[in-house]
Design a protein around this ligand. Structure first.
Ligand SMILES: N[C@@H](CCC(=O)N[C@@H](CS)C(=O)NCC(=O)O)C(=O)O
Length: 204
């Protein structure tokens, strides 16, 4: 199989790289250069009609896009360590946190990136006030997560590191790259970020 992705700071390909590192798999990435718009080429659109990365192409040519879906597929092939949960309860809780992070956190980060950041200004009509308004939303989301983690659990979905942490970690690091800093006084959230960043997979 071939994994098509992009270097950091692109957050979605990084999710898959971190996942692969946590699993100890050997699956190198073929770069699709976003700055050179290679993701919108006919070749890449044939793999992913949305013209996005990451995309995993299987040996029979079947293509899987969406970072979480790619990781779910790899988890089915390589169940341990279980990053989507082992028991029914763990699976439900990890899924809940993945969805919460995607909707509650990735959405404002993505909107800030598209509507307030100079690097995307040439790609669409930006609505700057709306873009900037996402700073406040991001701050609020970080504080909500800080409150959640105040119960002392080390990871988002409980005692075990999971895909939910990978989704949040890559979002927070990308947010920081584009100028959205997590609140310095959110100590529980900061502690969680320190923990996931200390894992060797964070280098991916
Ligand atoms: N929901 C998708 C999002 C994919 C995505 O937005 N990837 C970015 C790179 S991090 C991209 O390809 N952006 C270019 C575009 O959307 O045109 C996933 O989880 O894989």
């Amino acid at each position: 199989m071939i994994l098509y992705g992009e270097n950091n700071p692109a957050p979605n390909p990084r999710r898959v790289r971190i996942f692969i590192a946590e699993k100890g798999l050997d699956l190198p990435e073929t770069r699709v250069n976003l700055r050179q718009r290679e993701h919108k080429s006919d070749d890449h659109r044939a793999r992913n009609s949305l013209g996005q990365v990451p995309t995993l192409v299987l040996d029979d040519g079947t293509a899987i896009s969406e970072s979480v879906s790619i990781c779910r597929y790899l988890e089915s092939l390589h169940p341990t360590p279980a990053l989507f949960g082992a028991s029914a309860l763990e699976q439900a809780q990890i899924d809940m946190w993945i969805r919460r992070i995607e909707f509650q956190m990735m959405t404002p980060v993505g909107m800030f990136w598209r509507h307030a950041h100079p690097l995307t200004a040439a790609l669409l009509t930006q609505h700057k006030d709306f873009g900037e308004s996402n700073r406040e939303t991001y701050d609020r989301v970080c504080r909500w997560l800080d409150g959640e983690l105040a119960d002392g659990r080390p990871f988002l979905a409980g005692h075990t590191y999971s895909m939910a942490d990978i989704v949040a970690q890559t979002t927070v690091d990308f947010a920081s790259f584009i100028g959205l800093e997590r609140p310095a006084d959110a100590a529980h959230f900061g502690g969680w970020h320190d923990r996931v960043s200390a894992r060797p997979s964070a280098a991916a």
